[in-house]
Write a protein that binds this ligand. Structure first.
Ligand code: PLP
Length: 380
C-alpha cells in the first residue's frame, strides 16, 4: 500500500483520457443517458458526480474505509450520521464536544426522540456503565474541542464489539495523516473538511467515512435523500488542499509543540492543553494511537482581561472562528464555538472566560510566538 503522504497527492487517481493531471471539475448537475435504462455511471449530481467521487475515493483510501461521502459542511455530515438513529435510540457522546455537534444532538435529535448522554469517553468504566439496551451510537471526539481530552479508540471499539452500537470518531483535529480510527476499530469517521483537509480557510466541507459496505450503503442512501452533498468546485478545492496535508500537518504540529512549550513558561499563562506536551495526561495514549499530536492548543490565561487583550492585541494571528488552515487563528470558545453550551456544563469542562484556543498555521513559529507575546505585552 502507498504511504499516506503519497496517498494525499496521488491516492485513488484515475487516468483521464485527456491526460489531465488534476481532477477536472465536472460542473454538471445531470448526465445524459446513452440509451433507455442505461447510465454512464453518473445520473444526477446529488447521487454522484465524478469530481466528488474522486475526492471521496481519496479520503476512503486515506482513512482505510470502505467508502467516503463528501458533504457541504462538517455539520451536514454529522446530521446525516444522526439520521441513522430512530426515535427511542440513545447516543453517548464525549462531554467536551464541538458546540455545533452538541447543539445538533440537543436541539434536533432530542426533538426527534433521540436522547444523548455526555460522559468523558476517555473513561472506559464510565462508558461501560452508561451503555443501555437503547444505545446505538457512541460519538467520540479525540482530542476534544477545546479541552484536548483523549479517548482510547481501540479500547472503546473493543468494549462496543458485538453490542450493536456504532462507534463514530470525529477525526477533524488529527486527520488520517496522524490517526486512522477505522484501523483501531471505529465504524465511522467524521470530518469537518473545512479544517485541515481543505487547509486554506476557504471552503466548507464535511465527510463521513464508513468502515463497512453495510454502513456505507445506509449513509449513501441518507445523503442521496437529504441532499447536502459537496459541490464540484468545492470538491476540487478540498482535493487540492489534501495534496499538501502531510506537509501542512508536519509543519504546523512542529510549530505547535514549540509554541506550547513557550506558552507553558509565560507568566500570564496558567495552563496549556496540548497532548504533545509530556505533562499532558493523554500524552502516552496519543503516542500509541496517533502518529502526531496536531496543531491545536488551548491555554488558560490569568484573567478575562488578559484573554480579551490577547484577542484584540494579536496582529499576525487572526481572531476568528475555525481552525486547521494555513493562517493561524485564535478563538474564544466561550463566545464562539461553545456559546450555546449551558454555562454550568461549560464551566465544569473548563471552558471559562480565561480560555483561548489557538489553531497554529504554517507561518514561522517564531513570528507566531512574537505576535502572541506582543499581545500579552499590551496587558502590562
Ligand atoms: C471537531 C469539529 N467537528 C465538526 C465541526 C463542524 O464542521 P463545519 O464547521 O465544517 O460544519 C467542527 C467545526 O468547527 C469541529 O471543530
Amino acid at each position: 500500500m502507498m504511504k499516506l503522504d503519497t496517498l494525499c497527492v496521488q491516492g485513488a487517481r484515475r487516468r483521464d483520457v485527456t491526460g489531465a493531471v488534476t481532477t477536472p471539475i465536472y460542473q454538471s448537475s445531470t448526465f445524459a443517458h446513452p440509451g433507455v435504462g442505461q447510465s454512464t455511471g453518473y445520473d444526477y449530481s446529488r447521487s454522484q458526480n465524478p469530481t466528488r467521487e474522486q475526492l471521496e475515493r481519496k479520503l476512503a483510501a486515506l482513512e482505510g474505509g470502505f467508502g467516503a461521502l463528501a458533504f457541504s459542511s462538517g455539520m451536514s455530515a454529522v446530521g446525516a450520521l444522526a439520521e441513522l438513529m430512530r426515535p427511542g435510540d440513545r447516543i453517548i457522546a464525549s462531554e467536551d464536544l464541538y458546540g455545533g455537534t452538541s447543539r445538533l444532538f440537543e436541539h434536533i435529535m432530542r426533538k426527534n426522540g433521540v436522547e444523548t448522554g455526555y460522559i468523558d469517553t476517555g473513561d472506559i468504566a464510565a462508558l461501560s456503565a452508561a451503555l443501555r439496551p437503547e444505545t446505538r451510537l457512541v460519538f467520540v471526539e479525540t482530542p476534544t474541542n477545546p479541552m484536548m481530552r483523549v479517548t482510547d479508540i481501540r479500547a472503546t471499539a473493543e468494549l462496543l464489539r458485538g453490542r450493536g452500537v456504532l462507534l463514530a470518531v470525529d477525526n477533524t483535529f488529527l486527520t488520517p495523516y496522524y490517526c486512522r480510527p477505522i484501523e483501531l476499530g471505529a465504524d465511522i469517521v467524521i470530518h469537518s473538511g473545512t479544517k485541515y483537509l481543505g487547509g486554506h480557510n476557504d471552503t466548507l466541507a464535511g465527510f463521513l467515512v464508513a468502515a463497512s459496505a453495510e454502513t456505507d450503503e445506509k449513509l449513501r442512501f441518507i445523503q442521496k435523500t437529504t441532499g447536502a452533498c459537496l459541490a464540484p468546485f468545492d470538491c476540487f478545492l478540498i482535493e487540492r488542499g489534501l495534496k499538501t496535508l502531510a506537509l501542512r500537518m508536519d509543519k504546523s504540529s512542529a510549530s505547535a509543540l514549540k509554541i506550547a512549550r513557550r506558552l507553558e513558561k509565560h507568566p500570564r499563562v496558567k495552563a496549556v492543553y496540548y497532548a504533545g506536551l509530556e505533562t499532558h495526561y493523554g500524552y502516552e495514549l496519543s503516542r500509541r494511537q496517533a502518529d502526531g499530536f496536531g496543531s491545536m492548543i488551548s491555554f488558560e490565561v490569568d484573567s478575562p482581561e488578559t484573554a480579551r487583550a490577547v484577542l484584540e492585541g494579536v496582529r499576525l494571528v487572526m481572531y476568528a472562528e475555525s481552525l486547521g488552515g494555513v493562517e493561524s487563528l485564535i478563538t474564544y470558545p466561550l463566545l464562539q464555538t461553545h456559546a450555546d453550551v449551558p454555562e454550568e456544563k461549560r464551566l465544569a469542562l473548563g471552558i471559562t472566560d480565561k480560555l483561548l484556543r489557538l489553531s497554529v498555521g504554517i507561518e514561522n513559529p517564531d513570528d507566531i510566538i512574537a505576535d502572541i507575546e506582543n499581545a500579552f505585552g499590551s496587558t502590562e
